[in-house]
Design a protein around this ligand. Structure first.
Ligand code: 1WB
Ligand code: MN
Length: 343
């Protein structure tokens, strides 16, 4: 007896557009040597890293051909697309603002052609918060996008900085989740994260985004924006492993370094965050996540094209959860959090 198909919505699936790939290619011919530049050179500058260019660049730029075949071959119904790291955040504010809207238009057109196969997260240029808010509004009211993506820090600044509050306020007001995806760590964090291949997905990415999330929690922005929803990939970047200690140490630091908060760090994490399983296919980590956060707060993702689809599907097909839990992980939570129409 064959089991009925469960809708599979993958929630951290990367794409790019030719204009941004070109701009990154140009950027990485300049001499900078930051962590993002190391990675951008590998992906976008084939001349410097022979053989590397096609590996990710082609599948990032292709949305409607090989990607759809890969989805079909693996029984993946939908990709929730997001502009790949570092998004527009390495460009100057004017260029970034322009390129974000190019990416969003492209995304909306792809979704219009394949409304059952693709949904998408809108991009914006954080370094120009006023224009970012206008673009966020356009993403929802004109383009019908499903949420937003930001690639962690911008010019070494994090979203708890009051200058970025209009962005958090807009995400809350528009009722759209903000996915904090990694990029190379900010300058102050970066030095010990450059060696041994640690510089990106192996370790540095998680340090960067976990730090961002803890800054948001401890700064008190969720008292100001109580309905703001943040999504973290890579099994929550391990932040929820730390909840007990965050609560304990935050209580101890009250009245000294730590701002007074209405809730405990763990209460904010459970109220204001969801996590996805992108590129982290450990049954034990998933089981812990469900128990620690509740089944409603965990979503499935592949991290295409950086991770292969088949093992991500095999992982979620085989983990020891109830039918109802598998439905929640595979599509129910994504439909709720990202406003995707149930079928
Ligand atoms: C990798 C993963 C590289 C991601 C990336 O470059 C991004 C990698 C922008 O696996 O090497 C990602 O999005 O997880
Ligand atoms: Mn990713």
């Amino acid at each position: 007896m064959s089991t009925p198909h469960i809708r599979r919505i993958a929630t951290e699936e990367a794409f790019s557009v030719p204009q941004i790939a070109q701009a990154l290619q140009q950027l990485c011919s300049s001499p900078g040597n930051g962590i993002d530049m190391m990675l951008v050179r590998k992906i976008y500058d084939g001349a410097r890293t022979p053989g590397y260019q096609g590996r990710f660049l082609a599948p990032l730029l292709d949305i409607e051909h090989e990607r759809l075949r890969d989805m079909d071959a693996n029984g993946v119904d939908m990709h929730l697309l997001s502009l790949t790291a570092p998004g527009v955040q390495m460009f100057d504010a004017d260029t970034a603002t322009e390129l974000a809207s190019v990416a969003n238009d492209h995304l909306a057109q792809v979704i219009a052609r394949h409304p059952t196969r693709f949904a998408g997260l809108g991009s914006f240029a954080p370094h120009s918060p006023k224009r970012a808010v206008l673009e966020m509004q356009r993403c929802v009211s004109e383009l019908g996008l499903n949420g937003f993506v930001v690639n962690s820090h911008t010019n070494n600044e994090y979203l708890d900085d009051p200058k970025y509050w209009p962005i958090l306020e807009a995400a809350e007001a528009l009722d759209r989740c903000l996915y904090i995806h990694p990029r190379g760590p900010s300058d102050g964090l970066a030095a010990p994260l450059r060696d041994y291949g640690m510089f990106a997905a192996l370790w540095a990415y998680g340090v960067e985004v976990a730090t961002h999330a803890v800054r948001l929690i401890l700064s008190g922005v969720f008292d100001r924006f109580p309905k703001l929803k943040i999504c973290l990939g890579h099994m929550g970047e391990a932040v929820h492993f730390w909840l007990w200690r965050l609560d304990f140490m935050n209580a101890r630091a009250q009245g000294t370094e730590a701002p007074r908060l209405q809730l405990t760090p763990s209460e904010y994490f459970r109220r204001n965050f969801v996590i996805t399983t992108s590129g982290q296919e450990s049954p034990l980590a998933l089981d812990f996540s469900i128990r620690q956060l509740g089944i409603d707060n965990v979503l499935w993702a592949i991290d295409y094209p950086y991770q292969p689809s088949a093992p991500a599907v095999a992982f979620m097909d085989s983990v020891d959860v109830t039918d109802a839990q598998r439905h929640a992980l595979y599509h129910g939570n994504a439909e709720r959090v990202f406003h995707i129409k149930p079928v």
